[in-house]
Design a protein around this ligand. Structure first.
Ligand code: GLN
Length: 318
């Protein structure tokens, strides 16, 4: 065990804590020490190094020690600080929601691409019998279309998209009232609550089945039961199982959503699903079997894993 320093300056505290975490097998020991100390002192991580020889007062030291003990017992850093960065946004998290994962930014990027493609190719298109716009191809300034996220959790994904796509309005669904409260709070903090309507719903059950959405995306629970049993304690004991567990093979909810989604998505609109390790092929097959989709493709994350499956809702005409 590390020897306690003579004086608990910021630098000495960081060194001692990182060392302590390392010997206790806590993941990312240095980063955890920095984030928890910055949180305790209400400063940025960079500030820690600008004030490295400032000593902690006894009250700060006591609050910091309490966090160190909780982290050592497995509690995730993001629940201890109540924040996580996602898509460069500061997202509030509580134990009611899954902590946004960096790989989920791939879902956001893939959805942005799909939304832009939709806007260029479909949004201005007139329905059967309608006149061509008299102004030629110029799109109206106010062109607006709808997106839907199923299972918003903290709201990180739908909020990231709402900030990037100011002309879109969104519906965000979740079964968990606790999660919806966190998502609404995040949307308010990011100033997009006027364009995201949150609603409690078991998958799509709360919505009328009309093909209203240009985009439907979801990071549903997809962890197979046997795999969940083997997850690290910091996930299994602290994050909501309802946000992770997807039944025996992990695909229970994804299967249902693929079945329900065609009724809600416009022809030429896009469905995007985050998937787990080894699931992209099965999910591709489910989309193919449904007959309602074309242009099915998988998108890899930074570690080379097929993380998102994207498909286009076929146009009724073909
Ligand atoms: N990627 C998450 C994990 O590893 C799982 C998220 C999910 O089930 N949607 O814990």
């Amino acid at each position: 065990m590390a020897v306690p320093p003579a004086s608990w300056t910021i630098l000495a505290t960081l060194r001692w804590t990182a060392d302590y975490f390392r010997t206790k097998g806590v993941s990312e020991p240095r980063a955890a020490a920095e984030i928890l100390l910055a949180h305790t002192l209400s400063v940025s991580r960079l500030d820690l190094y600008l004030r490295y020889d400032q000593p902690l007062n006894p009250e700060e030291l006591a609050r910091f020690k309490a966090l160190v003990i909780r982290r050592r017992a497995g509690e995730p850093v993001a629940y201890l600080t109540g924040h996580r960065e996602f898509w460069s946004l500061d997202i509030r998290v509580t134990p009611a929601v899954l902590i946004p994962r960096p790989e989920t930014e791939v879902l956001v990027a893939a959805a942005l691409e799909a939304a832009r493609f939709y806007e260029e190719n479909e949004a201005g298109r007139k329905g059967p019998g309608e006149d061509q716009p008299k102004t030629g191809n110029r799109k109206p300034e106010t062109s607006s279309f709808l997106g839907l996220e199923v299972g918003v959790g903290s709201g990180a994904v739908v909020i990231a998209l709402a900030t990037e796509l100011p002309r879109m309005a969104w519906v965000g669904l979740d079964t968990s009232g606790g999660a919806l409260a966190v998502a609404r709070d995040n949307a308010r903090r990011q100033a997009v609550l006027d364009r995201v309507h949150f609603l409690q719903s078991d998958l799509l059950a709360a919505l009328r089945p009309t093909a209203a959405f240009a985009l439907l995306l979801a990071n549903l629970p997809y962890v197979p039961r046997a795999q969940w049993e083997r997850l690290p304690r910091e996930i299994k004991a602290f994050e909501p199982p309802g946000a992770l567990l997807g039944g025996e093979d992990g695909l229970d909810l994804i299967r249902s959503l693929i079945r329900q989604a065609p009724q809600y998505v416009k022809g030429g609109g896009w469905v995007l699903l985050e998937v787990g390790d080894q699931q992209a092929q099965q999910v591709t097959a489910l989309l193919q079997q449904s007959g309602a989709y074309d242009r099915i493709e998988s998108i890899k994350d930074f570690s080379g894993m097929e993380r998102v499956v994207r498909a286009r809702r076929r146009n009724a005409a073909g």
